[in-house]
Design a protein around this ligand. Sequence first.
Ligand code: DC
Length: 231
Amino acid sequence: MTDAAAAETSFLPVVVAIDGPAAAGKGTLARGLAARLGLAYLDTGSLYRAVGAKLLAEGGDPADAETAAAVARALVPADLGRPDLRSEAVGTAASQVAANPRVRAALLAFQRDFAASPPDGKAGAVLDGRDIGTVVCPDAPAKLFVDASVEIRARRRMEELQQGGGDAIYAAVLADLKERDARDRNRADAPLKPADDAELLDTTDLGIEEALERALAIVQRKTGLAVTKQA
Ligand code: DC
């Protein structure tokens, strides 16, 4: 085999795994990292949200394990562009279907394929979710666990909802986040937790820019990737 052929066969996309609870800032950081490092980005929560949204739209019950698994198996990429994915109702349904091992199994291959063959010929991918560093991509060279106090997460989520024209009450958003955290952390299959080799990033007292600079420094140290696009 020539050196060039050997280099081609040994090319492995770089995977950056970002996990953490709802509204900790994972999505903003993951998108920012992908943009600055020239990597593809997958919001894996949108897969669970798409399953929840389709189920609700069909009048199904997210607690019905068989139907939820069938919806997950039939998911197509266009479902990830549904306009209703960010609603609170869909978020709650997503958290319920995410506790179903058959739903998780059905969505695993999609996530691993994305990491192994990032679209548009990108050199790697950033995936954010709850179990990327522990289950989906346990060999990722860079793993971040992004966290923040539940009170600050509730405040950020409320501002997001209000900016979207919604009407949000702090106490209700806080209660919903606590319930979702408990479900994500305590489920038997792939619970939310930091991988042993994850770096923790607490964004409670950080603005978006500062959090992104810190995340970038960690990922560059772990992967040797260079910034391809300045902020
Ligand atoms: O990040 P998010 O709020 O969009 O995620 C919606 C739900 O999906 C969340 O309650 C947990 C679940 N989820 C998961 O279990 N595993 C992932 N990798 C991503 C999301």
